[in-house]
Every structure is written in structure tokens, then in C-alpha cells.
Design a protein around this ligand. Sequence first.
Ligand code: PLP
Length: 386
Amino acid sequence: MDISARLAEQQAKGLYRRHRVVDGPQQVRLQVDGRRMVSFCSNDYLGLANHPEVKAAFIEGIRQYGAGSGAAHLITGHSRVHRQLEEELAAFTGYDRALLFATGYMANVGVLSALAGRHDVIYQDKLNHASLLDGGLQSRAKMRRYRHIDMEDLRRRLNHETAADGLVVTDGVFSMEGDMAPLPDLAAVVSGSRYMVMVDDAHGFGVLGARGRGSVDAAGLDGTYIPVYMATLGKAMGTFGAFVAGSQEIIEALIQFARSYVYTTAPPSAIAQAARASLKILQQDEERRLRLHENIRYFRTVAMELGLDTGRFATAIQPVVMPDVNSAVAVQRAMEQQGYLIMAIRPPTVPCPCLRITLCSEHVRSDIDGMLDALSVVLKSVDVRV
Ligand SMILES: Cc1ncc(COP(=O)(O)O)c(C=O)c1O
């Protein structure tokens, strides 16, 4: 099919994507396409992207290390600050060692293609993030997808698969649904098999567990049950990049075999310096995380009173399912008119269209009240029954 026909088809299906242009820093009160709006669609769950200490660390990082890293980690791009951040992340998460990646996407592709090969099998939750699916395809391992958070389905499938080694991979918190993976059950199902569990905790790290240690900590587990832990630094940490934590051997395997690690320029040291400041805040300022959880609780209570069907779990991601793509887009547009930014998420990103609402520690009650009031009026006015 030619490119113009594909673009026209995308448009006709209501699936066309476009940029919004933001002026100024990432924050709850956002200047978007020239208008001030209250944002409910950022992953900056703890408001660290514009935190004065994180920004100061970034600037200090530039002062000491310059703007660019100049080379890949394995050439001359790996600075003392990268090393310090890796050590701090390993200590914080309780794993032997951590390795920085340029992005979460690259971490996932790197891990799956480095740890699994043609003769292995990778089991993935059906709603895992696209980067995990792409990593699985790149690894050339056989890919099997089990029903979303259905541990019986996983158990049945693993029982049939006795010959191969491989990985069982899940999001810790699902990026669109906000569901938490049942990690204790998953660890029990996989234990004693030849499979190794990997958790992508992009949306759990900084939010769940003691001091924000993430989904594995929240589930009372550690590296014995979840040998490969991946989390991003661009969400609750407010900066950019990602890390994988694991045993010495797993990290060595990634350094040797993960092509998305080896063949790319190291992120600037200043970003690592900023992430170190975020990590320090995470460890010292529990108040911020508690405020986020209070906002999540408040949102869920009021949404329920309004009859909205939100997420099943108390995570920062609270979707409202929409009956079809057109309604989702119409509601998003009408909410923008009311000064609230919430994202309509459409297939293929999700199986059913939804409004993805995210909460942040920096929202105040009147933001949540105002948005939910506007949403309940808008849902009636565009005649959407949820
Ligand atoms: C679950 C999950 N994994 C991985 C990623 C990719 O991380 P990054 O944005 O750092 O590439 C994202 C989102 O971006 C995500 O939601």
C-alpha cells in the first residue's frame, strides 16, 4: 500500500496522531498549543521534572561534564556520574547491580534480545508495553502471549512447555490500564520452571513500594523471584532514560550482548546527575509520594460517586473506558475546551479506546474536582455512557 493511502486510512479511522506543542516546563499547569490547561496526562507522577533541586543538579552536571557524552558507554561515554547512579539504583532496588540504558524502549529491546534467542520461548502478558513486544520479536525467540494478568492461563501454557528455556515478562503496572501484575502469583507459577521473570516497572518505580522502590518491593519479592527488573527514569523520576537491575551475571550479559546498549551514544552525564537528585528526593521526601497516593484515593472516590468506571487498582494511571474511538476523541476535545488535558488512547495502543487519566502529587483537590465535574458534564453532552 502506498504511503498516502496509509495516511488517509489512518485519518479515516480516527487514529491519526499529531503533536501538541508545549511551552515552558512539564508541570500540572501546562501551556499547550498556546493555551493554559490543567494536565492529567503526564507520567511525571511526583512533579520532579521541574523540581529546583533536580534542575540544579542537571545544570551542575553540564558544568562538570559538558552537554554531550561523545561516545557509547563502552568507548568513552561512561562517566563517573553514570557509575554512581548505577550503584545508587542497585542499592535502592536491592539488586546486585544496575545498568543504565538510553531509554526504556531500548532497555526492553536490549534485555529480551540479549537474554533470549532462537531456541527460547518468551511468555508475555497480552497487554505488555509495545517495547517488550518489539524486543521479543527482535530476539527471534518464540513468542507466546498469555491472557492479561491471568495466572491460570500462564500456568497451563508453562505446563505444556517443558523443553525450552526462556523468559516470562510482564509490566509491573500496565501503562494504559493502570493494573498491577499479580507478581507473587506469577513468581509462584514460574518457580521451579526453566523460566526467568522480568518485570518492566516503568509506572511502578517511584510510586509503589517502600519509598517508591517499585512493584517488586510492594509485592514483598526480590531478585530471587524477579531476577530482571527494569524501570525508567523519565516518569516518576522526572528525568530521562532507564535502568535494568539484576545479578552480576545478567548485567554482564547485557553489556556483552544487548545491541541497544552497545551500539548507541551514552546519555549525557548531566541527565544521570539530575536522576541522582531525583533518587535522593525519592528517598528523603516521602511526603510527595503520600500526596500522590492521597490524590489517587480522592480521584477514585469522587469518580465512583459520579458513576465513572475507573481503574481497578490504586495506581497513578486511572483509565475511563470509552465505547468507541469517536467518543473518546470527542470527549478529549470537549475537555480541552474546558481547560483539562486528558488523553484519548486508541487502538492499536490499547484493545478498547479509553481516556487515560494520570494523577500527580502536584494536583490539588480543586484540579481533581474541576476535571471530574467537567468530565461528567462532557460525557452527558456527547452522549457517552460509560
Ligand atoms: C511500560 C513501559 N515500558 C517502557 C516504556 C518506554 O520507556 P521510555 O519512554 O523510557 O522509552 C514505557 C513508556 O514510555 C512504558 O510505559
